[in-house]
Design a protein around this ligand. Structure first.
Ligand code: FAD
Length: 474
């Protein structure tokens, strides 16, 4: 394996790296992919547009959706990289700054930095036979054996046009541009959307704005961050052996008992069972609604001058609207033809393998009901195992290629996720793991083993977390 090489001679020719895998993006997905390839001795390089690793967790990374108050939504106990726990002195739900430090320490400990070209944006990737040509904004071109797209899904705002928007005298921002609660001082603020970011931002507004409102279209189940003193995911993890329909029944009842009737707070009753949408893990919003610091509103009817009129006919003066309305997924450096986009999501085998183009992989283009990083690690191991089998002309490579073409498993664990773009590549973690393990066993490709990455660790891997973050928020 070869650490990065720079095109020193200034030539504009194509640099031949046709035995090497190109990972685009050094966020969590790119880092875990790098560790897996490193462990198998498969040559790779990583390109990262920013000046350091950590993806969205670096609030200084231009275009990152991170905000100062953001904390992890899944708990630290179930959200770490494989065999790389979060520090024992971290709280149950670490801050964005702590998560950033964790990613940087991971990259340092596994000696991944030498493989990463920083401040290098990929502007175009095109196929050339079975290989791929990669062009950077620094005007370098490379020929690679394969591509792993790991550039994330939260960079392009989904910003619906609001009726009457042209007449509105206030300001409208997408949540991507929200960074600090200072923005809310002295303002009447409306947050649109009650996803996890929307709820966090509404709470920031509740504590800082003159008055805060949250507009929701449908009812959601709000899961408290702790249940009976345990982080919610740790509490639920003990119940994985129970069929999903029983968990839905039991958790539904438990939530009613713990959280009470949300319609009394002005929120609509959920129109679906618990776990049928991405979980909203937040108890602070309920607290704010109960104190009147945030007021719940239905969907917006239209904007008019300095006011917003809601579907129930009520009207409020608003200075600032924050649209927490999610993201459009894109892979902007690749022409649309390279991915089959369905409901705004790429259709990939096991969310990883391109069905129509050889040697084109993607990691991180899915959403799931728990911490993502261990799953990323297992997925990266699967991609690396396939590349290894191909490189060695092992018969399992051909067998797997057929599965990529023809196998279309349902990975929802019999939960009927809401029929929305967001949930079209939503996978149930337990169902995914079971299926992936079954396939991997069939191919004879080993699962990750505790200790297998130890030999990659640098000797100073005990260095302090504190020294690794120059930016980030408190
Ligand atoms: C507020 C918030 C809270 C979250 N909380 C959790 C949580 O609690 N638990 C959890 O598991 N997940 C959580 N997530 C999901 C989160 O998306 C993942 O944690 C993770 O950051 C995704 O990693 P990624 O590597 O796929 O993408 P990203 O973090 O988006 O990283 C992509 C990288 O690619 C780089 N890049 C982009 N385009 C290019 C290009 N053209 N050329 C070169 N480089 C490029 C970017 O600079 C970036 O470094 C949260 C997300 C948000 C927004």
């Amino acid at each position: 394996m070869e650490p990065k090489t720079k095109q020193e001679d200034g030539s504009k020719g194509i640099i031949d790296k046709s035995d090497t895998i190109c990972i685009i993006g050094a966020g969590p997905a790119g880092l875990t992919m790098a560790r897996s390839l490193c462990a198998k001795g498969i040559p790779f390089v990583v390109f990262e547009k920013h000046k350091d690793v950590g993806g969205i967790w670096d609030i200084q990374n231009p275009g990152s959706p991170m905000y100062e108050s953001a904390h992890f939504i899944s708990s630290k106990y179930l959200s770490n990289y494989f065999d790389y726990p979060m520090p024992s002195d971290y709280p149950d739900y670490p801050s964005n700054r702590q998560i950033l430090m964790y990613h940087r320490k991971f990259a340092k400990d596994f000696n991944l930095y030498p493989y990463i070209h920083f401040e290098t944006t990929i502007k175009e990737v095109t196929q050339s036979g079975e290989k791929w040509i990669v062009k950077t904004t620094t005007n370098e071109s490379y020929l690679f054996q394969g591509i792993v797209c790991a550039t994330g899904i939260t960079w392009s705002p989904n910003q619906p046009k609001l009726k009457g928007e042209e007449s509105f005298s206030g300001q409208i921002l997408h949540s991507l541009h929200y960074k600090s609660p200072n923005l809310f001082k002295g303002k009447r603020v409306l947050i649109v959307g009650a996803g996890n970011s929307g709820c966090d931002i509404a709470c920031d507004a509740g504590a800082n704005a003159e008055q805060a409102y949250i507009s929701v279209r449908r009812g959601y189940h709000f899961i408290p961050k702790h249940i009976l003193g345990k982080p919610a995911d740790v509490f639920g993890d003990g119940a994985h052996f129970i069929p999903n329909w029983i968990s839905q029944l039991v958790f539904g009842k438990l939530l009613k008992f713990l959280v009470g009737d949300l319609t009394k707070l002005g929120l609509p009753a959920p129109d679906h069972k618990i776990f049928e949408t991405h979980p909203i893990i937040n108890d602070q919003l309920i607290h704010n609604l109960r104190h009147g610091d945030v007021i719940a509103k239905p969907d917006i009817e239209f904007l008019e001058g300095d006011s917003v009129v809601f579907k129930d006919g009520t009207k409020e003066k608003i200075d600032l609207i924050i649209l927490a309305t999610g993201y459009n997924w894109s892979i902007p450096y690749m022409e649309k033809k390279y991915f089959e986009w369905k409901n705004g999501r790429p259709d990939l085998y096991l969310t990883l393998f391109n069905r129509n183009f050889e040697n084109l992989y993607a990691l991180g283009y899915m959403e799931t009901d728990g911490g993502a990083y261990k799953m990323f690690d297992e997925m990266a191991n699967l991609i690396a195992s396939y590349i290894e089998a191909k490189n060695n002309h092992h018969p399992s490579a051909l067998q797997f290629a057929k599965l990529i073409q023809n196998d279309r498993p349902l990975l929802n664990g019999n939960i009927h996720y809401l029929n929305s773009g967001r949930h079209s590549v939503y996978v149930n973690q337990v169902a995914y793991k079971q299926y992936r393990s079954k396939i991997q066993k069939k191919m004879g490709w080993p699962e990750l083993k505790v200790g297998q990455f130890k030999r990659l660790e640098t000797s100073d891997s005990s260095s302090s977390f504190q020294t690794l973050v120059s930016g980030g928020s408190k």
